[in-house]
Design a protein around this ligand. Structure first.
Ligand SMILES: Nc1nc2c(ncn2[C@@H]2O[C@H](COP(=O)(O)O)[C@@H](O)[C@H]2O)c(=O)[nH]1
Ligand SMILES: [Mn+2]
Length: 468
């Protein structure tokens, strides 16, 4: 039976060896072993080599024999070694953030990725903040593809739906109470649902995860229009102040993570000539479709729970994927001088070149407004991308200092909305104060001439999770 070494992330001399084979090598199983061995229930994250978190249901890849166990702090194990850059091969770094706070660590991470071989342009959006290894809130143009820059939640994004007419008396607590069973696997036919999105290959994640929000920053938020800045834009979307809407933020759950794990085991950089590029892109594109199907199923399930009078199905108004790699749009800054394809990596960045209305969401937090924006300009300054949200201001670990008596209040927000989050740690970590002010982020994009305001949304109920 293979030995797996559990290493304390904050003190690498503290190690424990466990003997485990699948199915006992999931994130949940290894975390339970670590909590037991190190006698600490506060341990919360299992990192793989290089800093990719092992998902709850995800198996540790068979070639890995050690993991780093953290409480909530950033990964402190050894980095995955990336190839060195050729001398004189400089990338351009731009930051679109005059008003929004961007930490030194985030800037350092952006500069580090800009120095990777083949990277041509690195743009930090106003929501730029540090990730475990790579920055979040950025768009990167490169000659090849770096799977690790897109990260484990391939296809994560935001979809917006019309739910129903605004009830005469809007009672957020009553609506919140109706949201039950959403963390359980969906009882319907996941295969048939996925086929509609062109996902023909079954995965281990379909039956257990499709249609569930997932942890972390993911959410499903019932909201209403607070104000309209651009009447024509609101009309294009068909949005009014008399209706309830639903914003869903989720991704490919464990699927993207399993794709990244298998990838990082083989290669960290896929230049155009790599035979591994096409297979990675095929898996990546499948995860993007899976994530889209997932958000629609979450909307379907949540709408059924609410049982509001009106349309049988939520009507999708817009959708963006903010973790992905796509061929760079043509024109200057796109392909290279010889017409070779370049790749646009978006790690927490919304595309500003979407089809349809082209309008893009910029969520704030559960206690802040969210904006719908119209991208403007030629896309060169901002690498055809916008901020994908307000962005994290404080690390999760910093959010645990709230005195316990204040916790009950966290389910009511300053905007009068209600939060369903029965995981006490997550309730603290996702407090509105953990995020930058969306006003500054939107203001930065307006000032840079890359976006205009269309409409502002106010949260009514934010769904995260029920107790396990
Ligand atoms: N309206 C809400 N916005 C939220 C909430 N929690 C987080 N957020 C925003 O979404 C983005 C998503 O970021 P990602 O890196 O996890 O993809 C984040 O930057 C926040 O600004 C919420 O509950 N409601
Ligand atoms: Mn996301």
């Amino acid at each position: 039976m293979p030995a797996i070494t559990l290493i304390l992330n904050t003190n690498h001399t503290k190690q424990a060896v466990v003997w485990a084979t699948p199915p006992h090598t999931t994130g949940t199983a290894l975390l339970a072993q670590a909590q037991n061995k190190f006698r600490s229930k506060a341990l919360a994250t299992v990192f793989q080599r290089g800093g990719v978190a092992l998902g709850e249901d995800e198996q540790l890849p068979p070639e890995e024999d050690r993991v780093w166990i953290a409480k909530g702090e950033a990964y402190a194990g050894p980095p995955v070694t990336l190839p060195l850059r050729e001398p004189g091969d400089a990338a351009e770094v731009r930051i679109i953030a005059e008003r929004s706070f961007v930490s030194d660590e985030a800037l350092k991470q952006l500069e580090r990725v800009a120095s990777l071989p083949g990277v041509r342009v690195a743009v930090g959006m106003p929501d730029l903040h540090p990730g475990s290894r790579f920055p979040i809130g950025c768009a990167l143009v490169a000659d090849g593809v770096y799977p690790a820059l897109i990260g484990s939640d391939i296809g994560c994004g935001i979809s917006l739906y019309r739910l129903a007419s605004l009830p005469a008396r809007l009672d957020a607590a009553k609506l919140a109470a109706r949201l039950t069973g959403l963390d359980e696997p969906w009882a319907g036919d996941t295969r048939a649902w996925l086929e509609r999105y062109g996902v023909h290959q079954a995965t281990a994640f379909d039956d257990c995860s499709l249609g569930t929000v997932g942890g972390g920053n993911h959410f499903a938020e019932v909201c209403r229009v607070e104000s309209i800045t651009d009447e024509a834009g609101a009309r294009e979307l068909g949005m009014t102040e008399d209706e309830l809407y639903l914003m869903v933020h989720s991704g490919s759950r464990g699927l993207g993570s399993s794709i990244l794990s298998s990838q990082t085991a083989s290669s960290s950089y896929l230049p155009a000539s790599s035979p591994a590029l096409a297979p990675y892109l095929e898996q990546h594109d499948g995860a993007v479709l899976w994530a889209c199907a997932n958000r629609d199923l979450i909307a379907h399930r949540l709408s059924a729970c609410l049982g509001l009078p009106g349309e049988a199905e939520p009507q999708k108004l817009l959708e963006v994927t903010h973790n992905s790699v796509t061929p760079c749009p043509g024109g200057p800054g796109g392909d290279d001088a010889h017409g070779a394809r370049r790749w646009l990596h978006r790690k927490g960045a919304a595309p500003s070149d979407t089809t349809g209305t082209g309008i893009v969401p910029c969520p704030g937090s559960r206690g802040d407004f969210s904006w719908l924006l119209r991208p403007i300009g030629d896309g060169l300054l901002n690498a055809h991308s916008l901020a994908h949200g307000a962005g994290r201001l404080r690390a999760r670990s910093e959010m645990h200092t709230q005195p316990p008596s204040a916790r009950a209040k966290l389910v009511d927000t300053p905007l009068g909305s209600r939060v369903v989050c029965e995981d006490p740690a997550l309730l603290l970590e996702e407090r509105p104060e953990a995020y930058k002010a969306v006003e500054g982020v939107v203001g930065d994009m307006e000032a840079a001439g890359v976006a205009q305001r269309v409409l502002c949304l106010r949260p009514v109920v934010t769904y995260k999770c029920r107790a396990k």
